[in-house]
Design a protein around this ligand. Sequence first.
Ligand code: CTP
Ligand code: CA
Length: 228
Amino acid sequence: LARGDLPADLAGHRVLITAGGTREPIDPVRFIGNRSSGRQGSALAATALARGARVTLVSGEVSVPPPAGAEVVPVGSAREMREAVLAHSAAADAVVMAAAVADFRPAETAAGKIKKTGAGPEPVELAENPDILRELSAERARPGQVVVGFAAETDDVLANGRAKLDRKGCDLLVVNEVGDGRAFGTEDNQAVVLGADGSATEIPRGPKEDLADRVWDLVAQRIPEGGA
Ligand code: CTP
Ligand code: CA
């Protein structure tokens, strides 16, 4: 479909999208982060707006601006992202989690800047972050809510993706094959979307907007009639 021919099939629906990377504080000036650019989340927001949705974008650290018209909720850490997602999910007919959430955070955040002591570095102890996607999938804030995750996989991409979909309990999992400079920080994405109904939809390599539109196609089919 050309841009101008997009269906307004998300009109009357509210969607919640997470984007970007979380920052897990070590001390007031340092954090553990990742290379997520937020481009896929931004493309999802822009395409949802173009299809008539109202969009809430829970945004970690990103290197692209959010599309005009999205309600942006900025967050830092994974735990802040969880709070924001839970606070906004009850109003959403669909939740698409494109953010790169840190699996681990420093177990403690130092109140003051950590200084060199001359005795060598102290190890940073890590703690596991809450799994936002799994929690949201288990406790749907709204009947019929469609929950979508994103995963980057290597090796046996389909088997890993299917196992992850089952573990997360979401409706759809967009699985990107990574390696050779694909996915992270690039313009193009190639993916297969696995469904809890057993479906597998190949999405050819192309711009992140095209992948976003195919994801919304699959989401729109699954949203019950009469949304928010
Ligand atoms: N996710 C989440 N909360 C976390 C980690 C991940 O909500 N603490 C979400 C991501 O936003 C993404 C999906 O779960 O939509 C899959 O992320 P991924 O890192 O692939 O899943 P993990 O369970 O962390 O598996 P892995 O050990 O492969 O990193
Ligand atoms: Ca992870």
